[in-house]
Design a protein around this ligand. Sequence first.
Ligand code: UDX
Length: 441
Amino acid sequence: MHIAVIGGGYVGLVSGACFAEFGIEVAVVETHPGRLAALRRGHIPIYEPGLDKLVADNFAAGRLTFGDDIAAAVKGAEAIFIAVGTPARRGDGHADLEYVYAAAKQIADAMTEYAVVVTKSTVPVGTGREVARIIRAARPDLDFDIASNPEFLREGNAIDDFMKPDRVIIGIESGGADGGARAREIMKRLYRPLYLIETPIVFASLESAELIKYASNAFLAMKVTFANEMADLCEKTGADIHDIARGIGLDGRIGRKFLHPGPGFGGSCFPKDTLALVAIAREAGAPTHLIETTVAVNDARKVKLAERVIAACDGGILGKTVGVLGLTFKPETDDMREAPSVPILHTLDKAGAVIRVFDPAGMENARSLLPAGVFYCKDALDAASDADVLLVLTEWNEFRALSPVKLRQIMRGAAIVDLRNIYDPPAMRAAGFHYTSIGRA
Ligand code: UDX
C-alpha cells in the first residue's frame, strides 16, 4: 500500500513515520528546501523522543521517502494526507487555512487516479467540504473521496499516541455512488494494525470528525483549568488538590487524567484550538461560554502566579535573583509556544528581578521570547546558584532528582515556588526552605 503525506512538519512526520512502521510505503512531501535537505540527511527538525530512530529505520528500509514533487508522491497513492500547518490567524482566533487550501489545489493538479484525500491538520468545521470543492473545481474529471482523520498526538508522547491511541476518528464524505465505501475500506486497511489491538475506530461525518478534535482539546483544557481553580480553592480552605484530584478522578465519569494543577495550559494546541473553537462557535451562533471563560481564566492565571513569586521575596523582588527550572510548556519537548514561562518571566523582569534560567531542551527556542537580560545557565544547579528564590516552571524529571540539601547550600535565599508540585513539602521544609506549591496547604 502506498500513501502520500503533504507536509513534513510535526504531524506529517510523526504520522508518516508511524504509517511506514505499519508497513505502508509513505512519500512525504516537504517543499521548504532547507527542511527537505535536513530530512534527507536524517536530521529531524523537531524534538520528539523516538522519532529520529523511527524515521531512520523506515527511511533505511525504503518505506519512508522525502521529496518536493507532489506529482511523484501522489502517483499510485491510495490516500493523500494533508498535514500542513494551521496557525492561529492574527486578530480573530480562527485557524489560518491558507496552507491547507494551497495543498488541496496542488493535490488536484497532481492527481491522476482515484485516491481518498484526508485532512490530518486540525481544521475548522467545513474545511473538508471546502477542500472537496477546491479539488472538484480544479479537476471535474477526478474520482476522489474526502476524509477527516484528526490526530490526538501529545508532544513528547506522539509515537505511542499514534501506535496505541484511545481511538481513531475518521469522517468520510463521498460524492460518489458507493456512499464512501471505497474510502472507508482504504482507511480501515491503513489502520489495520490498530484493529488487531482492538482500538475503537469511530466513523462519522466530516463535520463531526472535525468538531471532535476541537471538542476534545477544549474539554481537556477546561479540565486542567478546573483543576487549577480547585487548587486555588484548596489553598484558601486547607484542602489538598492531589487528594481532590484522586477523590474525584476515581469516579469513572470524571477520570483521573488532566487534573494535575500547574501554571496554566500552553503549547501549540490547547491555546490555539480553544480560541478557534470560540471563534467557530460564535460565528455559528452557538457561543461556547465555558470555553470562553476557560481561555480568560487560563490567561489571567499566568499573571497571578508571577505575583506569587514576588510575594515569596519578602520586601520586594527588585534586584533579587530568581533561579528558574524549566521553560518549555511541558517536559520532553523543546516547544516554547504559549509556555506560561514567557508571561511569568516578563512580569518578574519588569518588577526588577535578576533571572537565571535552565531548561534541558527549550533554551534555544526561548531566547527570542524571554526578556533580553535573562541569563542562560548550563544546568539546574547553575541556575539555582546564589538565587534568592527558586522557581519551578516545567516538571522535567531531572529537576525532581535534585537534592534539597544541596540546593539549600548553593542558594542565597530559602524560598522555592514550585508551580508544578514536583517536590515533597515536608522534605523541602526539613531542608530549611520556605516552600510554596500549588493547591497544597
Ligand atoms: C494536546 C493534546 O493532549 C493532544 O491530544 C492534541 O493532539 C494536541 O494537544 P500537547 O499540547 O502536546 O497535546 O500537551 P498535553 O500533554 O495535552 O498538555 C497540554 C497542556 O496542559 C500543557 O501546558 C500541560 O502542562 C497542561 N496540563 C496537562 C496540566 O497543566 N495539567 C494536566 O494534568 C495535564
